[in-house]
Design a protein around this ligand. Structure first.
Ligand code: PAD
Ligand code: ZN
Length: 372
């Protein structure tokens, strides 16, 4: 019997989302039905809503969330009903060339399923009045009950707060992963993070975890910079008021930082990030740029100072190692995830949560989907 599930559905690009009931089929043999308790509101939903990402419609949005296992298929071994889980939005096949070399976030089969808006096997579990409804990033967690492959859930202890867990599957993992997995920031080094939203603040938490000596937050909103300072940034630069490249040079004795992160998705800001690094500096793109975005860098500086330019997709994550590690850091009091969450919205107020994100009023907000 299908389950009825209240869901945030995108029917047409650039239109407000509709909150309505859909039907969710039971999980097949290697799948899990999750009752979603909380879901995080990440900026990566925006390009999808604006039609800048090729996705089929109608589609249930949501790609970071956490909840309770409701039902499992007969072959599922990783979890059982009642387990608390974090969702991840890539289901690594384990065998493609990217998975084979230890880069599951870049799984080629998972990328195909996301583009199709389906489960990894190409089929759908959602419908409305007999018509297909598609899956967003194979997670679709802006709804009461979702069905995902068992590889998309990672069990967590039952005393772990689910609103914190909800933002771990994308924003936190991406930001911390960019610092630790991708750039591999060294202890004692200097770091600048451009964009202090949900992902950038997570990068700041990552830089603090590895004992960076200086962590400079750059944003155009003072409120974001205040949050960054409260989470461990040592300095804050408002790039709407001052030239961030000069400010960063001044803060580092003229040398520039060892590591810079662009966490907005803008070519111009990537240029600023590159210019703010020093000799042997590494600049990492974390923000998700639109397809037409470009940037121009000095070839001479890249060459003569042996600088490095990198990108971090989904924090270069190794999900089944990184999520349990982040969970244990939170439990040890070393990862204050709760301070990242500035507001809760009921599921029905998703449009308002999105407006608050676009207006820069929130660090990260979470949707309260079903009560625990
Ligand atoms: P957010 O809206 O919470 O944060 C963006 C921040 O950038 C805000 O604080 C803005 O004030 C600030 N900002 C905007 N323009 C400028 C500017 N010109 N200079 C300095 N600061 C500025 O978004 P988010 O943290 O949820 O996401 C950030 C980006 O990361 C976005 O592009 C998203 O799509 C991307 C992302 N990438 C991955 C990945 O796999 N690499 C995963 C998740 C999110
Ligand atoms: Zn995201």
């Amino acid at each position: 019997m299908p389950m009825r599930s209240k869901a945030v559905v995108l029917h047409a690009f650039n239109q407000p989302l509709v909150v309505e009931e859909i039907e969710v089929d039971p999980p097949r043999k290697d799948e899990v039905m999750v009752r979603v308790v909380n879901a995080g509101v990440c900026r990566s939903e925006l390009p999808a809503i604006q039609g800048k990402r090729s996705i089929p419609l109608p589609i249930v949005l949501g790609h970071e969330g956490a909840g309770v296992v409701e039902r499992i298929g007969e072959d599922v071994k990783a979890v059982k009903p009642g387990d608390h889980v974090i969702l991840v939005w890539r289901v690594p096949c384990g065998r493609c060339p990217s998975c084979a070399i230890g880069r599951p976030a870049l799984c080629e089969e998972a990328a195909k399923a996301s583009a199709k808006g389906s489960m990894p096997d190409g089929t759908l579990r959602f419908s409305k009045d007999g018509k297909p409804v598609y899956h967003f990033l194979t997670a679709s967690c802006f709804q009461e009950y979702t069905v995902v492959h068992e590889k998309a859930v990672i069990p967590i202890p039952k005393d772990f707060p689910l609103h914190c867990a909800a933002i771990m599957g994308c924003g936190l993992l991406t930001g911390v992963g960019a610092v630790i997995n991708t750039a591999q920031v060294r202890a004692g080094s200097t770091v600048a993070v451009f964009g202090a939203g949900g992902v950038g603040l997570s990068a700041i938490l990552g830089a603090r975890l590895v004992n960076a000596r200086k962590i400079i937050a750059v944003d155009i909103k003072d409120s974001k910079l205040e949050t960054a300072l409260s989470l461990g940034a040592t300095d804050a630069v408002n790039s709407a008021k001052v030239d961030p490249v000069k400010a960063i040079r001044d803060l580092t004795g003229g040398r520039g930082v060892d590591y810079a992160f662009e966490v907005i998705g803008l070519g111009k800001v990537f240029e600023q990030a590159f210019e703010s690094t020093g000799r042997c500096g590494t600049t990492t793109m974390v923000g998700s740029p639109p397809p037409e975005e470009t940037f121009t860098l000095s070839a001479r500086l890249l060459y003569s100072q042996e600088r490095t330019v990198k990108a971090s997709y989904y924090g270069s994550a190794r999900f089944y190692a990184d999520i349990p590690w982040l969970v244990s850091l939170y439990q040890a009091g070393r990862l204050p995830i709760d301070k990242l969450i500035s507001r809760h919205f009921p599921l029905a107020q998703y449009n308002e949560a999105l407006r608050a994100l676009e207006a820069g009023e929130v660090a990260r907000s979470v949707l309260d989907v079903t009560p625990l």
